[in-house]
Design a protein around this ligand. Sequence first.
Ligand SMILES: [Fe+2]
Length: 358
Amino acid sequence: MEKHTADVKSSKTFFARLSPEETSLIKSYSKEKKYLPGDVIVREKTLTDTFCIIKKGSVEVTKKYMDSEDMVLAVMGDGDFFGEMALLDQGTRSATVKALTSTTIYEISRKSFELLLKKQPDLAYTILRELSTRLREAGTLLVAHLERKNRQLTQAYIDTVQVLVNALEARDTYTSGHTARVTVIAKEIARKMGMAPEDLYTLEMGALLHDVGKIGIPDSVLGKPGPLEKSEFQIIAGHPGMGGQILKNIEYLENSLPSVMSHHERFDGKGYPEGLAGKSIPLAGRIIAVADSFDAMISSRPYREKIDTMEAVKELRKCSGTQFDSDIVETFIKIIESGGLEFLKEALPEQGVDNKNR
Ligand SMILES: [Fe+2]
């Protein structure tokens, strides 16, 4: 069984904050119990009503995550406490506590605690304050764990998509690495434009998958050297729509669909497949269009030689406001003017991007 250790090792001890009188008072309301290493003191999802303070020994607190993994919430020692929820409600236990060494525990039942509440309200209030701090810590820990899991899941999605893209690019050596470069360029532009992190993720997925619809295009058309016949161009022009068809039922890619479907639209409305114009073209689609065209220009294709960065920039400028959104072109030119293609080289060191000529 997989086990994940959370970064919390409890540092507070319950008795450390109490006076000797308070400590002995609490002890008088509790029962002393001994456990051997490996003994389960509390089992997750069972009903018990005891709050426990460790007199001596150490315990491990674990919680099942998605019914399979055991996540270690804490390792506790002398003076520490657990089971605080039992004093506050009658639900089942939210975690399992196991003795790691020979351990002696003071157990306080809910009934005893209620008695303490009546007879020693000040002390009971002190205990409740301790418990509230602990509950807040546990909540923070769980949120951090979920955030970490979410990041891992997001990366797994990106990796899966990357595998699909690699398979697609393996058909055509000319486009090898194109998708990765388009993705890095598009993200760099979007970041510079101040795009929010969640939109950046959507853009990244869209950029990775922008040409996925080419999967249905025959090799004879896709890799044809020289100009295309009208019928062949129509086949190529179908790839944004085909991409949309392929992806439309995948929930986590839903938001990236508009960018996949619009990356060949033109700012002046003369693009395909819809002939959308201006800002009615999704922003991510307009950004990918610039990144896609730029990388195509600086890469060799069966039908033409590559051109260098500055020539490609000139070309972008020429088409700014007609083919491309001029704000996006300006942003990208600023990026190049301040550091060339260094960002691309850094993001994809394995591609050996040449800052002068690529
Ligand atoms: Fe495309």
